[in-house]
Design a protein around this ligand. Structure first.
Ligand code: BGC
Length: 753
């Protein structure tokens, strides 16, 4: 398709029309110019393709498909290859179903455990989210199908999601809420980006030129089209101007007409419209070019992959020697979720599964007994179900309670109000523990829960929302056929009140202030040295690993250079397993900038046979050390000593080495009369310039006799440090002149450049 030529031939009405959907899931065709329709589908962890006859709200049942583990689970795999495979498989499914763009991945940061959609999102950490998203996108797009990374930007709650304004400072956006999108856009080049419903600092995402155009296209080089979240358009002409190309779903001509009027009245330049049309057509064209007619996929094969991904993503949170279960021993599976697992969340990502498997179905029933324990339909414990559960537990070597959040507790559309499991489940777990000290809890939830029974149970397996093949995967891990290797992509706080956004989370009316700034998740808990239930990155294995021999390629470097890091990992246990080697960078503690204690900047998942040893390497560039300096509107690495830490979680650092990094940005603030003497003295070469002046001021000497108390000398030195340069005029008894201070200022600024 010659896109430019087609745009030239299109009428104003046709162009305006192309900027909104034909219906809920399709772009418009332009028959006379042979522009076909393109179909899109949710996403992200399976296809929710609706038939041609679907309703106008997109609520009808979708075609039968495969439900893979949700983002909360796949992020826990810390496995880029696995995400790539998931993407490739989804891409193949899209080809078979005639889908041009898959609406995912969803990369919003988990600001609070309460967000109703956390189950779709990857992490509280932008680096991990960006890595997972990029692998997924590369996988899908390698099959000639586009993705729509969503929801751009700062959409971290469901409460008032279509009107709330996320009030976030620029540094926090750049360090926490933008990087997952940035990494994916720069490295994986998604065909489309979906803008979110909310406002950012008062401006609707749909209308936010700064982020949709200046940052996304200008800074990151995005070349696809931006699509609105379904119904996110607020002022069509202004949105187009800001960089929102395609409105979804259809507004049934209303907004198309507004575009025409805006162009005719001169309020909107036709060039802006042409650009949007060009971008939409380019993607439609790419989709047509890559279309594989007659493609098919094997649902059973994909179900097997769903099982593998689920097993690879499970996180063994606690194990006091109770797992893996002994094959042949009598085991009790207790809880409705053993028979009817919760494996996906509600809302636009909901898959109409072609089949599901429960742990009870997949268990070796000659040795496993089952008791329902509770009913998710009742909100309290039923005496009969409880007694059956206690009886089953007492009969077994190990009791496994299948617990988690029922659908009504978390979903798209609303946020949770607390972090607890249903009370009846907590009561059941306590009762089972009393009947059998060997109790294991298997959790099904999209977001952290409080665990009041943690010290009573011997094992906890977090499955998150593990997709339709969860049952087989749980059995694989419980019995040790798969060695668990998932790691938490988020912190589990002890209680909700510990979360940094707790006080401000849903905001006041439509104003939601992100007052915790960059201190999201472990960045906050670590800074505050708070106890947590389970730290970010935590996860156990049935084998053990040793990390050793951390080496850095240099001890000193400039921020433009790269640092190579190598570390050895060895399987010191008796079975094969996978370790996730995590690399954190810790900024200098004595720096002027308030920064997190450590931040994840690398990870590698390594498979090792017993006794096997491998070397893992990482490359760290400027961004691994940088913070966003709002004064210079750029990332900057303050000169100082940085610690490279290797660990198993943000709280289990095994090795560390230091490297001195020098700032070469040269974009420092100019020195003025108001710059403090302390700051001036930090510049190399400044001491010689100001020495004489300081001596003349004589402040440090004046305090030495202790006139103002015992600490006079220290106090005088501190006061001098905090004095602005202009103080030389007031505190030198006339010995320093204005001309001299001006000359010093001039020399200092020359030194800076
Ligand atoms: C959701 C999107 C989804 C779209 C289409 C919206 O409500 O926020 O994630 O892709 O609907 O179903």
């Amino acid at each position: 398709m010659n896109v430019k030529e087609i745009v030239r031939k299109m009428t104003l009405e046709e162009k305006a029309g192309l900027c909104s959907g034909a219906d809920f899931w399709r772009t418009k065709e332009v028959e006379r110019l042979e522009v076909p329709q393109m179909m899109v589908s949710d996403g992200p962890h399976g296809l929710r393709k609706q038939e041609e006859t679907a309703d106008h709200l997109g609520l009808d049942e979708s075609v039968k498909a495969v439900c893979f583990p949700a983002g909360c689970a796949t992020a826990a795999s810390f496995d880029r290859k696995l995400l790539r495979t998931l993407g490739e498989t989804l891409g193949k499914e899209c080809q078979a179903e005639g889908i041009g763009v898959l609406l995912g991945p969803a990369v919003n940061i988990k600001r609070s455990p309460l967000c109703g959609r956390n189950f779709e999102y990857f992490s509280e950490d932008p680096y991990l989210a960006g890595q997972m998203a990029s692998s997924y996108i590369k996988g899908v797009q390698s099959k000639g199908v586009g993705t729509s990374i969503k929801h751009f930007l700062a959409n971290n709650q469901e409460h008032r999601r279509m009107s709330s304004s996320s009030e976030v400072d620029e540094r926090t956006l750049r360090e926490i809420y933008l990087p997952a999108f940035e990494e994916a856009v720069k490295k994986a080049k998604p065909w489309t980006v979906m803008c979110s419903y909310n406002r950012i600092n008062g401006v609707y995402a749909a209308q936010n030129k700064k982020y949709l155009t200046d940052v996304l296209r200008g800074e990151w080089g995005f070349d696809g089209f931006v699509v609105s979240d379904w119904g996110a358009v607020n002022d069509r002409a202004a949105d187009l101007e800001a960089g929102l190309d395609l409105e979804m779903p259809s507004s049934f001509g209303v907004n198309d007409k507004k575009i025409v009027e805006a162009v005719e009245s001169g309020a909107l330049s036709e060039e802006v419209l042409d650009k949007a049309v060009e971008r939409i057509l380019s993607i439609v064209d790419r989709s047509v070019e890559n279309r594989k007619e007659g493609a098919t996929y094997d649902k059973e094969e994909d179900h097997r992959l769903a099982r593998r991904i689920a097993a690879e993503s499970m996180v063994l949170l606690k194990n006091d020697g109770v797992l893996p279960l002994r094959k042949g021993a009598r085991i009790a599976f207790i809880g409705e979720f053993a028979e009817k697992p919760r494996f996906q969340g509600g809302g636009s990502s909901h898959i109409n599964t072609f089949k599901t498997e429960s742990a009870w179905e997949m268990a070796d029933r000659s040795h496993v007994i089952y008791a329902q324990g509770y009913s998710t339909k009742e909100n309290k414990l039923d005496d009969t179900l409880l007694s059956e559960a206690i009886r089953a537990a007492a009969l077994a070597e190990t009791a496994v309670v299948f617990a988690g959040l029922p659908d009504a507790f978390e979903s798209e559309g609303f946020d949770r109000t607390h972090m607890r499991l249903p009370e009846y489940q907590n009561e059941l777990i306590e009762a089972v523990c009393n009947a059998n000290p060997n109790t294991v809890v298997v959790l099904h939830n999209g977001s952290p829960v409080e665990m009041p029974w943690i010290h009573k149970v011997k094992g906890i397996l977090e499955t998150y929302l593990g997709g339709q093949a969860i049952g087989g995967a749980v059995v694989d891990v419980l019995y040790g056929d798969v060695n668990p290797s998932g790691r938490l992509p988020e912190t589990f706080p002890l209680k909700l009140e510990d979360n940094p956004s707790y006080i401000f989370y849903i905001g006041e009316g439509d104003k939601v202030e992100y007052r915790e700034g960059v201190f999201v998740g472990y960045r906050y808990y670590d800074k505050k040295k708070m106890d947590v239930l389970f730290p970010f990155g935590h996860g156990l294995s049935y084998t053990s690993f040793q990390l050793s021999n951390l080496k850095l390629s240099k001890k000193k470097m400039e921020d433009t250079e790269e640092l190579q890091v190598t570390v050895e990992v060895k399987n010191t246990g008796r079975c094969a397993g996978k370790e996730v080697v995590q690399l954190y960078v810790a900024a200098p503690e004595d720096g002027d900038v308030i920064r997190p204690v450590r931040e994840l900047k690398g990870f590698e998942k390594v498979e090792l046979a017993p006794g096997e040893r491998k070397t893992v390497s990482f490359r760290l560039g400027k961004r691994a050390f940088a913070y966003y300096d709002a004064e210079i509107s750029d990332f900057r690495v303050p000169t100082g000593e940085y610690r490279i830490e290797i660990g198993r979680s943000s709280r289990d650092i095994c090795l560390s080495e230091e490297v001195t990094v020098t700032d070469t940005s040269g974009k420092r603030q100019p020195i003025t009369m108001d710059t403090t003497i302390g700051d001036i003295l930090k510049l190399s070469g400044a001491k010689e310039i100001v020495e004489k002046m300081i001596k003349r001021m004589g402040i440090a000497d004046s305090g030495s006799d202790g006139n103002l108390g015992e600490g006079t000398a220290d106090m005088a030195a501190a006061m001098q440090r905090y004095m602005p340069l202009r103080s030389a005029l007031s505190f030198s008894g006339g010995q320093v002149t204005l001309e001299q201070v001006e000359e010093i200022l001039d020399r200092l600024n020359r030194l800076q450049n």
